[in-house]
Design a protein around this ligand. Structure first.
Ligand code: FES
Length: 155
């Protein structure tokens, strides 16, 4: 269901409920890190403090999972609407600014415009495993022959 609107990149990216924001960004080729994080990051353990993202202050509550204790500690000197992407799980469609520590011309206007445009509907459920699809297709076919020769045995 969620769609992530990456403002700096001008892209809407679909994901599934509960996906990790960092993993979605990296999968989609979104540049999440500044120079320091590009040179070296913790791989999503919440230790390097380089995967900052900014969520608009006007965003509804609950678009991401609540701040973790790691974020409370690591982001205590940062704005309240900053998150660590590696600690955040996407719950609902939202607008995200990557690398908020790096300036962006007309950032406030871009964020406001991104909030005004409706977010498209994303997927509604996790994709099925290929094996599950094959099993489902065979289940739709003719029923297997039942062994009726055992009826009445043992009496
Ligand atoms: S990737 Fe290191 S804190 Fe998020």
């Amino acid at each position: 269901m969620p769609v992530i609107r990456f403002v700096r990149e001008g892209r809407d990216v679909e994901c599934y409920p509960g996906e990790n924001l960092r993993e979605v960004a990296l999968r989609e080729g979104i540049k999440l890190y500044g120079l320091k994080g590009t040179l070296g990051n913790c791989g999503g353990c919440g230790q390097c403090i380089t995967c900052f993202v900014e969520i608009p202050e006007a965003a509804p509550s609950g678009v991401l999972s609540p701040r973790t204790p790691v974020e409370d500690q690591k982001l205590r000197r940062r704005p309240q609407n900053w998150r660590l992407a590696c600690q955040a799980l996407v719950q609902q469609s939202l607008v995200v600014l990557t690398r908020p520590q790096i300036g962006m011309p007309s950032k406030d206007d871009a964020m406001a415009a991104a909030m005004v445009q409706p977010l498209p509907a994303g997927p509604t459920e996790w994709p099925r495993e290929p094996d599950a699809e094959a099993e489902s297709e065979s289940a739709d076919g003719a029923p297997e022959a039942m062994d009726t020769a055992t009826g009445g045995e043992g009496t």
